[in-house]
Design a protein around this ligand. Structure first.
Ligand code: SAM
Length: 327
C-alpha cells in the first residue's frame, strides 16, 4: 500500500495524534478546568473499536507514528484498557503515551503497561501539599507521588512530570520539583501558562516566562548542559545540581519561544472534533466518518480540510478549554 503523508497548509507533515478521550477529570486545576465542566462524565465519545480503526488508517495510510491519550483525564474512561489494547496492537505506532493527573496510577499502572501503553506524563504542580490542593482542587499529592513511583516500577518510562508554573502560585516550588526529579530520575518539564481557560483573562499577571523559571533554579543548579530538543519541542537540559546529583529539566515555551514551525500534531477530541491547533477553533468533525464504520474517503476529506486551516502559528489567545481539547 502506498502511504500519503498528511501535510498541512505550510507542508508540515502530521505524524502525531493527540486524542482527548473525555472531558471528565477528577481534578479542578485552576489554570485548566472551568467551573462549567464540574459535572462532566467519562462516558460516550469515540468507542475503542472506532479509535482503533481510525488510528490504524492514519498509521498505515498516512505515516502516523505517535499517539498520546489525554483528556480531561483518560483514566476517567471505564474502557481505557480496551482503548490502549486497540491502539497498541497497531504495528507502526512507535510511541503510545498518556498524559494523566496520576491520581489512580498507583492502582492501575501495571494494567496499563500490560495492555501496551508505552509511557506516561504526569502532572505535578507542587510538592507542598496545601499548594497542590489549592492548585488542583484535590488533596491528592501523596496519591500522585505514589502513582509516579508505581509507573516507574511498571516500566511506563521515561516518566515525565508536567508542571504549569504560575506567578503568585508555585514559582517558589521549582527547586523542590528539581530535587524530586533528581531523586526519582524522572524528567520534570516546566510549562509556560497559555492564555486560555480559567486564567485566560489574568494571563499577563500569572504568566512566568521560562527565562524567569531558569533564574529561579540558579540557587540549586550548578551547570546546564543542553540536550537535543524533545519530540514535544521542550527545551531540555541535563543539569548538575550544587549537591552533585544530576537531573533532566525541560521548559515548554509555547509563549516565549513558540515551536509552531515544527508542529506535527493533530488533535481529535472524544466527540470527534478536529483541532489542527491547540489554541484555535475546531475545524470539522470525524464522527460521521467513523460511524457506523470507518469511511476512509470521508475521513480523509475532513482531515485534509482541517489541515488547510492549521495556522502557521498559534493565535495569541486560545478559543477553547485545554481540558476539553487535551493539552
Ligand atoms: N488530566 C491530564 C493531566 O492532568 O495532565 C491531562 C490533560 S491536561 C489538559 C494536559 C496538560 O495541559 C497538563 O500538563 C496541564 O498542566 C496542561 N495545561 C492545562 N491548562 C494549561 C494552560 N492554561 N497553560 C499551559 N498548560 C496547561
Amino acid at each position: 500500500m502506498t502511504q500519503t503523508n498528511m501535510l498541512d497548509v505550510t507542508d508540515r507533515p502530521i505524524r502525531y495524534l493527540r486524542l482527548s478521550l473525555t472531558e471528565a477529570c477528577q481534578m479542578r486545576c485552576v489554570y485548566c478546568r472551568p467551573a462549567f465542566l464540574t459535572g462532566a462524565r467519562g462516558g460516550g465519545g469515540l468507542a475503542p473499536k472506532e479509535i482503533g480503526s481510525m488510528v490504524r488508517h492514519l498509521v498505515t495510510e498516512h505515516g502516523l507514528t505517535k499517539v498520546r491519550l489525554t483528556g480531561g483525564d483518560p483514566t476517567a474512561r471505564a474502557d481505557l484498557l480496551d482503548i490502549i489494547r486497540q491502539v497498541s496492537r497497531i504495528q507502526g505506532v512507535g510511541d503510545l503515551a498518556m498524559t494523566t493527573n496520576g491520581l489512580t496510577l498507583a492502582r492501575h499502572a501495571a494494567d496499563y503497561a500490560a495492555a501496551g501503553l508505552g509511557r506516561v506524563n504526569i502532572s505535578l504542580d507542587s510538592l507542598d501539599r496545601k499548594r497542590f490542593a489549592d492548585m488542583t482542587g484535590v488533596d491528592g499529592m501523596d496519591r500522585v507521588i505514589a502513582g509516579i513511583d508505581t509507573a516507574l516500577i511498571a516500566g511506563l518510562t521515561p516518566v515525565k512530570i508536567n508542571t504549569v508554573v504560575l506567578r503568585d502560585g508555585n514559582l517558589a516550588d521549582l527547586p523542590a520539583l528539581v530535587d524530586f526529579a533528581a531523586s526519582r530520575q524522572v524528567e520534570v518539564r516546566f510549562i509556560e501558562l497559555m492564555p486560555m481557560g480559567p486564567l485566560g483573562d489574568q494571563w499577563a499577571d500569572r504568566y512566568v516566562p521560562a527565562s524567569v523559571m531558569r533564574n529561579r533554579l540558579e540557587s540549586v543548579v550548578h551547570c546546564w548542559e543542553p540536550l537535543p530538543q524533545g519530540s514535544d519541542s521542550a527545551l531540555r537540559y541535563r543539569v548538575t545540581l550544587r549537591d552533585g546529583r544530576s537531573a533532566c529539566i525541560g521548559f515548554i515555551t509555547p509563549m516565549s519561544c513558540n515551536f509552531c514551525s515544527a508542529c506535527n500534531r493533530l488533535r481529535i477530541t472524544s466527540d470527534g472534533s478536529v483541532y489542527p491547533c491547540l489554541m484555535d477553533q475546531p475545524r470539522g468533525s470525524i464522527m460521521h466518518a467513523v460511524r457506523p464504520r470507518l469511511d476512509t474517503q470521508r475521513f480523509d476529506r475532513v482531515l485534509e480540510q482541517a489541515l488547510q486551516d492549521k495556522a502557521p502559528e498559534h493565535p495569541t489567545t486560545g478559543f477553547a478549554v485545554m481540558t476539553q481539547i487535551g493539552g
